[in-house]
Design a protein around this ligand. Structure first.
Ligand SMILES: NC(=O)c1ccc[n+]([C@@H]2O[C@H](COP(=O)([O-])OP(=O)(O)OC[C@H]3O[C@@H](n4cnc5c(N)ncnc54)[C@H](OP(=O)(O)O)[C@@H]3O)[C@@H](O)[C@H]2O)c1
Length: 265
């Protein structure tokens, strides 16, 4: 795409919210950018602002990542441009309502964007990154990937996938120069809430991060070598205890026997 010698970051969902801030911060770090989303005008306005602020090359790619054609256009860039060294799998949507009262199309939309698109784009990017032994994939999950509320069954399921998928990739790529960071934001003040079914105004403001703060914390975690970043969790010990409990529970499953506490009555 460009004659620049800079590395390229591809950011999905860059037309607003978290993705737009990633685009700005990655440009500041010297990346050229490919910005992906459906709203072309928004992408173009952001591209102009970033180019003028940071002097990097920015391309926009209007694509609907819920469609085969949209995905193929981004896959083509990821697979064929060797300058692509960073993929931010950020595009996502939330439809927060009980499954019993929701349209199946809303559930399938979340699965298509939050799971299928993220998986396909990762498949497209990985072979080149592995061949170059250089690359970074940042996957945006959510604290709701670990915790489920009565209205988040599908959204939480999609983000649990992002978390588990990222953990698997981290292990399979451990001996390579390709890194994967998974980020688990709590509530962040973006447009995602507008169409989620839960307005931002319904949340306790004390629980909501700004988008700038969330992305800067996630990038600080990356700089500190974190593979899994909880931008809003102050106490690192809580994270360590959770990881230890998770591993201990898995280990406790490896008995080959039914637990005595579950003996038939
Ligand atoms: N905000 C939070 O509280 C929060 C918390 C945890 C995790 N997250 C996650 O953070 C990520 C970013 O969300 P956000 O909060 O920044 O929300 P946002 O402002 O609504 O951004 C979502 C982005 O995804 C793009 N997008 C939506 N549907 C798309 C499609 N079919 N094809 C291509 N792009 C599409 C949107 O652009 P177009 O509409 O122009 O296509 C937009 O750029 C999501 O994965 C979300 O699940 C958010």
């Amino acid at each position: 795409m460009s004659t620049s010698s800079r590395k390229i970051a591809v950011v999905t969902g860059a037309s607003s919210g978290i993705g737009a801030v990633y685009a700005d911060r990655l440009a500041k770090r010297g990346y050229d950018l490919v910005l992906v989303a459906r709203r072309a005008e928004r992408l173009q306005a952001l591209a102009a602002a970033i180019t003028s602020a940071h002097g990097v090359r920015v391309e926009t790619l209007a694509a609907d990542l819920e469609t085969d054609a949209g995905l193929a256009s981004v896959e083509q860039v990821l697979a064929n441009n060797p300058a692509v060294s960073l993929l931010v799998n950020n595009a996502g949507l939330a439809r927060l309502s009980p499954v019993g009262g929701a349209a199946v199309a809303d559930s399938l939309s979340q699965i298509a964007l939050n799971i299928t698109a993220l998986t396909r784009l990762t498949h497209a990017a990985l072979p080149g990154m592995k061949a170059r032994n250089d690359g970074l994939i940042i996957n945006i999950a959510s604290v709701l990937g670990l915790h489920t509320l009565p209205f988040s069954a599908v959204y939480s399921g999609t983000k649990a996938f992002v978390l588990a998928f990222s953990r698997g990739l981290q292990q399979e790529l451990a001996d390579t120069g390709v890194k994967v960071q998974v980020v688990l934001p709590a509530a962040t003040a973006t447009e995602v809430w507008d169409q989620s079914g839960v307005p931002l105004s319904a949340l306790d403001p004390a629980t909501v991060m700004t988008t700038d703060a969330m992305v800067d914390a996630a990038l600080a975690g990356l700089d500190q070598g974190e593979q899994l970043t909880w931008p809003s969790v102050a106490d690192a010990e809580t994270i360590a205890r959770y990881e230890a409990a998770r591993l201990a529970l898995f280990s406790a499953t490896q008995t080959g026997q039914a637990a005595a506490r579950l003996s038939p009555l």
